[in-house]
Write a protein of this length. Sequence first.
Length: 356
Amino acid sequence: MKRIAILIATTGGPVLVDRITPEPAPQSMMCLRRQSEVLPISLDYDDFVRAGSGVIMREFGPYEEGAFRLDVSGPIGTGLSWQLGVFAAHAVFKSKSCELSDLETADLIVWLSGTVDNDLNVGDVDHMAQKVEASTVVLADYIAKGTPIVFGAGAENATFLSAHKPPGGIDVACLKTTRDLMDVLGLGTKDKDRGNTTFWVMAGVATLALGVVFAWSGLFPQEGEKTELEIKIPETKPKLTIDIFSDRGQHPTYAFSEDLNLQVRVNRKAWLLCDYEQVDGKVIRIYPNDQVRDVQAFDAHTDHILSASQSAPFRIRLGPPAGQETVTCYASEEPFLGSARPVNAAMDRMRVTLKP
C-alpha cells in the first residue's frame, strides 16, 4: 500500500495530517497532536465536511458516524488555505490503495495550499513565499533522502512557485480542480485521450492534462552547497485575523440562565462588530450595543473579554429554546459604519449549544 504524507502549508511551517478518525459526534473537529485541544478552525472544518455546506461527505461519503476527528501535527490559523490539504487527506483516507503516512516512512510527500469550492475548483491563497520559506528546513532531509515531493497549488500560486527551483525530485503541480489533485495522488481516472502522459515532468512537455507542471531547483541547497538558506522574502503586512472563543473552549455548552463568556483576540489593532444568531434564526447585534458607551479599537495579541466577567462591558444571559446558536465577530482596521454586515472584513465564528 502506498504511503502518502499530506502537508498543509502554513506561514509557521508545514503541518502534517496525522490521521482521520470517523466519530459518532454531532460535529467534525480538528485536533492538535492527538490531544484534546480543538483548533479554532474546527467550525470551518465541520462546514467543509458536512453534507449540504461542504464537499467531503458528498464526495467520499456516506459515513455512518457522520463526523470526523482530524489530527494534525501543528496549529493552523484562520483562513481556508487548509482546504486543499484536507481534501487530499480525506481522499487518501477513503482509498484502498494508499494510506496517510508520517514523513519518515512516506513514499510520496504532497505539500498543498489552496481553497476548494463547492464545484471542486481549486482557489489561490496568500502568503505563498512565507509558506515556502517556512518549509525549507523541514523538507531538507527528505530532499537529500530522495523522497518524491510534490507542491500543489492553484493556477496563480503555481505560477509564482514556478519562478523558484528546488532540486530534482520536487515538482510543482498547477491544480485547477480536485480532479487534478486526485491524479497527483494516483487516485484519479485517466481519460482515454490522455494516453500515457503522467503527472511527472517529461522532457519537452510544458503543459499536461492536469495543468502546468514545473521543475524546481535553486530554492533549496544543491549537492555540495552550504545548507544555510538565504531566501529574500518581500516584506508584507500580515493579513488581519480574529479569533473568538470562551472559557469553555471553541464549542461551549451552556445551561439556561448562565452568562455567555465571549473572548476575542486580533493580530493587529482593529475595530470589532459581533452578531448573535439564535435558534430561531433571528440575528442580534451584541457588539457594539447600548451598554458600551466608549467604542474603541481593540489592541493586538491580547485576550479581550467582551461578556461575562467583572471587567466585561456587558453580560449576555442565555435562555430557551435549546439548540445551537452562533456568534460571529468581524474585525476591520477602520471603524464599521451603519448596521449592515461588513464586507471583506476578517471573521470568525463560535457555535454555542444551549441545554435546559
